[in-house]
Design a protein around this ligand. Structure first.
Ligand SMILES: C[S@@+](CC[C@H](N)C(=O)[O-])C[C@H]1O[C@@H](n2cnc3c(N)ncnc32)[C@H](O)[C@@H]1O
Ligand code: SF4
Length: 407
């Protein structure tokens, strides 16, 4: 995850330069249930409104939580499917809070109602993230249910009314990109605490529909807008937080944005900013980010469900996670990941960490090939122009002109 606001604030203010990122254990994103009341077009868990046999029992979840605590896991993000469809979700959530985890709830928001909002508030979630992938028509089309937008927005309103820190999560695809300005306006209108832009990852239905991923130029236009808006908020002293996920080139592109748009500030802070970005180090799959699926299988992150590292019913998470006999995990944990293609040659790879490996894997069968969704030009990454680029969406491709400036 790229914490845009934090990095931009370090340009606007004098913030002390902390040490490199070395959290004690990984963040665990835990898909507690695969059933879902929606069937979104991009869904990595290929969720649907049916039972998936063999899911972890409450007892098995609790036993795993004990191991995670001992292993010094700091954060649990309770996800799904739709986590609110798991009958014991509040028991699990209360226990997680009592054990001292930072606990996030990742939900589509449609099932947050007057009937359960008090129960949700009583848990004391540190953060509730609700997915909104466009304005009403686009969201309902993308999430494949009429009325979903209204229900999710109602869920957001209820969270805010009950003092819960709530964020909006938006996935960037050709279906949604044109609505980014409206969504950012909506953030302001509803005074929503946090905005998370999620680049499309090639997993599950998101892989099947990867032809709908944005062209590189669209990503650049979207990111330019987001940097402008984030910087504007910082200048006005607003507390709203902007983060992005699934494309660590965002860190490098932010540096280039600063060089171009605020040159007088950038000049004095260039080397400090580079150190900060390198301390972050980009992609954290298999290191600081982990995933347990509904059946108890452990994966390097949520987008690697085709790749099992072991199962918590048979072996402790802490053991599975530290086992580098698995070649993919060994590669992830190397100081220098064994990257290939333009990622190997990139002069900024210490910042992005080689970006998102699952996209390379889905396109080429090789997890260490270059990430096809890196939207930086050859010049920007200091490589000779190459004609063998792994491409899902070319830099200058057949691009419908999109207007995504803000009103
Ligand atoms: C799998 S969902 C589970 C929680 C809940 N059902 C929801 O939709 O918010 C978790 C998050 O992953 C995002 N997501 C799902 N598939 C994705 C993909 N292929 N690429 C990027 N983000 C994806 C969703 O938009 C959502 O914000
Ligand atoms: S993205 Fe979330 S809401 Fe959509 S189908 Fe998947 S689990 Fe359900």
């Amino acid at each position: 995850m790229f914490r845009m606001t934090q990095f931009m604030k370090s340009l606007a203010e004098d913030t002390p330069l902390g040490p490199a990122r070395k959290p004690p254990g990984p963040v665990v994103i835990w898909n507690l249930v695969r059933r879902c009341n929606l069937t979104c077009k991009h869904c990595y868990s290929i969720s649907a409104d049916k039972d998936f046999p063999g899911e972890l029992t409450t007892e098995q979840v609790f036993t795993t939580m004990d191991d995670l605590k001992q292993f010094k896991v700091p954060v649990l993000i309770l996800s799904g499917g739709e986590p609110l469809l798991r009958p014991d979700i509040f028991d699990i959530s209360h226990r997680a809070k009592e054990m001292g985890f930072y606990v996030g709830l990742s939900t589509n928001g449609t099932l947050i109602t007057e009937d359960n909002i008090k129960q949700i508030a009583e848990v004391g979630y540190d953060y509730v993230g609700i997915s909104i992938d466009g304005m009403e028509k686009t969201h309902d089309m993308f999430r494949r249910r009429e009325g979903a937008f209204k229900e999710s927005m109602h869920g957001i309103d209820l969270c805010k009314e009950n003092g819960i820190k709530v964020g909006l999560r938006f996935t960037l695809t050709q279906d949604t990109v044109h609505e980014l300005p409206d969504i950012l306006n909506l953030m302001d209108e509803r005074d929503i605490d946090k905005f998370y832009l999620s680049h499309l990852n090639y997993a599950g239905r998101g892989n099947k529909n990867r032809k709908d991923d944005v062209f590189h130029k669209m990503t650049r236009t979207a990111m330019d807008l987001l940097f402008d808006v984030c910087w504007d908020h910082i200048q006005r002293g607003n507390e709203r937080e902007f983060v992005t996920g699934n494309n660590d080139a965002d860190g490098i592109y932010m540096m280039l944005w600063a060089k171009k748009n605020i040159p007088e500030i950038f000049e004095g802070k260039e080397s400090e900013l580079i150190t900060r970005l390198e301390n972050w180090g980009g992609n954290a799959s298999g290191v600081n980010i982990s995933n347990i699926d509904n059946l108890g299988n452990v994966h390097p992150d949520t987008f690697w469900w085709d790749y099992n590292l072991g199962n918590v019913k048979e072996r402790k998470f802490s053991e599975i996670w530290q086992d580098t006999s698995d070649p993919l995990m060994a590669g992830f944990k190397q100081e220098q990941r064994p990257l290939k293609g333009r990622c190997a040659e990139c002069e900024h790879k210490a910042i992005c960490g080689g970006n998102t490996r699952v996209r390379a894997y889905q396109l080429t069968g090789d997890p260490w090939e270059e990430d096809p969704a890196c939207y930086l030009s050859d010049e920007e990454i200091g490589v000779e122009s190459s004609d063998r680029r792994v491409e899902n969406r070319p830099y200058d491709g057949r691009l419908k002109d999109i207007k995504i400036s803000r009103a």
